[in-house]
Design a protein. Structure first.
Length: 178
């Protein structure tokens, strides 16, 4: 991500938009996922993250955005011309314990409520995995909220370790090797 976008990302206040960002989306339209390319798409992704994490899940504002956003590969999902989901891939500085080679971490996966259970998360995840493979990673790790464990298991992820709190929500580390 360019320095300009990172400065924007870290300087913007959290502002709840107060409307359903995808209320007029045609749910029969195809879902497309692309890398975030400009300020407008970044703003859409941040708005989705704010709605899902801060408003719905009550994650503290101060931890929703972090330093990893600056170097992450961010994607955004659109359907019918509306932004409906987002996620990111971060290259880890070292492999997780017990692993070797380059690894990535998927995170900040968020889909607007009206589009959940419609495979948007699957399209986001497989897009991020494809980018990770393109970058030569040996595997991906992530911190899964407990309600999402089955989703990640269906995509080949396995549980590692024990439950821990992140942002006041129970999580479990999961990994997938390539």
């Amino acid at each position: 991500m360019s320095g300009v976008l990172f400065r924007l990302l870290t300087s913007l206040p959290f502002v709840y938009l107060g409307f359903d960002m995808a209320s007029s989306t045609d749910i029969s339209a195809p879902v497309t996922v692309t890398q975030i390319r400009d300020e407008a798409e970044l703003m859409q992704a941040l708005a989705i993250r704010e709605v899902v994490f801060i408003e719905e899940q009550h994650v503290p504002e101060g931890i929703e955005r972090d330093a990893e956003d600056a170097n992450a590969y961010h994607v955004i999902a659109h359907q019918g011309g509306h932004a409906i989901g987002t996620g990111r891939l971060v290259m880890l500085p070292q492999a997780p314990e017990g692993e070797q080679g380059p690894w990535g971490q998927v995170g900040r996966m968020a889909v607007l409520q009206a589009h959940r259970k419609a495979r948007v998360g699957s399209v986001l995840l497989t897009t991020l995995e494809a980018e990770a493979v393109r970058r030569g990673v040996k595997g991906i790790m992530l911190h899964a909220q407990l309600y999402a464990l089955e989703f990640y298991k269906k995509h080949g992820y396995t549980e590692v370790g024990t439950v821990f709190l992140e942002g006041g929500i129970d999580h479990l580390e999961m990994r997938k090797r390539f």
